[in-house]
Design a protein around this ligand. Structure first.
Ligand SMILES: Cc1ncc(COP(=O)(O)O)c(C=O)c1O
Length: 395
């Protein structure tokens, strides 16, 4: 921890815990203390820590070929692109290394598409409370003032509307609009689940107005909400889709997928050195194939119902819990006071890692492979933490 202070930029607020090992939903620190991990690398460790199939695939591929650049064909990249396209309904993939890069690519694609296909349109409609990453374009698309203000001037051409309000999207759509960019469930913004008719109505509006619908499923994609992609629950498809996090199961990878009709990026117009390398794509392929073969999204939907029951009963016992919201295995517990940071520390002390997505909200995003027993244990630990905060004596 001392060395971290000396050698790293102080951009991360960390718990005083040094993690050294993980297995499934559990991680251990340098003192041998065990934690249930309901942060899962911020919704990235989809199959749990060190899943044997992912470990095997990474070991095997790293002995064969790790990285070549995109000057050449590699088999893992094409395998993963095919599986993603076949399972998403989109047509073409571009690989990168993170969620922010994936959304950045979507923004560039929308600009080029607008230039070519919509008379120079370049504006992108984005939502309040949105989070899309930390590059210049993605902080501009995101809503968090603290992430934006120090880096102004930002990019031009982003128009913000309230989330879950299709009329607002309609009102600001003009001849300059190229795309609408949304998270199907806002993750970093506090786990905000829109009404069921929101995405279908935005889809219909985008069709009518002839603008692109771009979904940022960096946090919701690859099983998290109980369908492989969150939009599949509504029987719609986006024109452009950003993915990362769960796709790599802990290995860094990002991707954006596009429909053929808006596949406007040609040779040399976008690129990356590491994106789509053989090792990352083999990891992504292994994770996605496992999730499809084992019907993990259906299991997530079931586990999500269990989480919901447990959290609703938690809310009944604690007046300070004002709301629980979520879907599948992404949930927030909203408190009536800014006590989430204290709750995070108390939970860690009792062996549970959760994070405070807002000063007033805890977020739970365990591995998709979490068991019901682990969910029960996590809720018990949160229960005790809330009792302490409320001043009651925990059992
Ligand atoms: C919806 C969404 N988009 C983009 C990002 C950025 O991803 P990354 O941190 O991998 O750049 C995140 C990260 O939390 C996210 O939740």
């Amino acid at each position: 921890m001392e060395l971290e202070k000396k050698y790293l930029l102080p951009t991360s607020k960390r718990l005083p815990v040094t993690l050294v090992r993980g297995e499934g939903t559990r991680v251990w620190d340098t003192e041998g203390k065990e934690y249930l991990d309901f942060v899962a690398g911020i919704a990235a460790v989809s199959l749990g820590h060190c899943h044997p199939e992912l470990v095997k695939a990474v070991q095997r591929q790293s002995m064969e070929l790790m990285h070549t650049s995109n000057y050449y064909y590699t088999i893992p990249q094409v395998k993963l692109a095919r599986l993603l396209c076949e399972s998403s309904g989109l047509d073409k993939a571009f690989f990168c290394n993170s969620g922010a890069e994936a959304v950045e690519g979507c923004i560039k694609l929308a600009r080029k598409w607008g230039k070519e296909k919509r008379d120079g349109a370049y504006e992108i409609i984005v939502a309040e409370n949105a989070f899309h990453g930390r590059t210049m374009a993605t902080i501009t698309a995101g809503a968090t003032e603290k992430y934006r203000a120090p880096f102004a001037p930002l990019l031009e051409g982003f128009v913000r509307v309230p989330f879950d309000d299709v009329q607002a999207v309609r009102r600001v759509t003009t001849g300059k609009t190229a795309a609408v960019l949304l998270e199907p469930v806002q993750g970093e913004g506090g786990v905000n689940v829109p009404s069921d008719d929101y995405l279908p109505q935005v889809r219909a509006w985008c069709d009518e107005a002839k603008v692109l619908l771009m979904l940022d499923e960096v946090q919701t994609g690859v099983g998290r909400t109980g369908t492989l992609f969150a939009y599949q629950r509504f029987g719609i498809e986006p024109d452009v889709l950003a993915l990362a996090k769960a796709l790599g199961g802990g290995f860094p990878i990002g991707a954006f997928l596009v429909k053929e009709h808006c596949s406007v990026l040609g040779p040399g117009e976008h690129g990356t050195t590491f994106g789509g390398n053989a090792l990352a794509c083999e990891a992504g392929y292994t994770v996605l194939k496992y999730i499809l073969d084992h019907d993990i999204p259906a299991q997530v939907a079931q586990k999500g119902e269990h989480v919901e029951r447990r959290l609703r009963s938690l809310a009944d016992r604690h007046p300070m819990v004002t709301e629980v919201r979520g879907r599948g295995l992404i949930w927030a517990i909203e408190l009536d006071r800014p006590a989430a940071e204290e709750a995070v520390s108390l939970c860690a002390r009792d062996g549970l890692l959760v994070n405070n997505v807002k000063p007033t909200a805890l977020r739970l995003v365990p591995p998709l492979t979490v068991s019901e027993e682990e969910i029960d244990r996590a809720v018990e630990i949160i229960d005790r933490a809330l009792m302490r905060i409320e001043g009651a004596t925990p059992k």
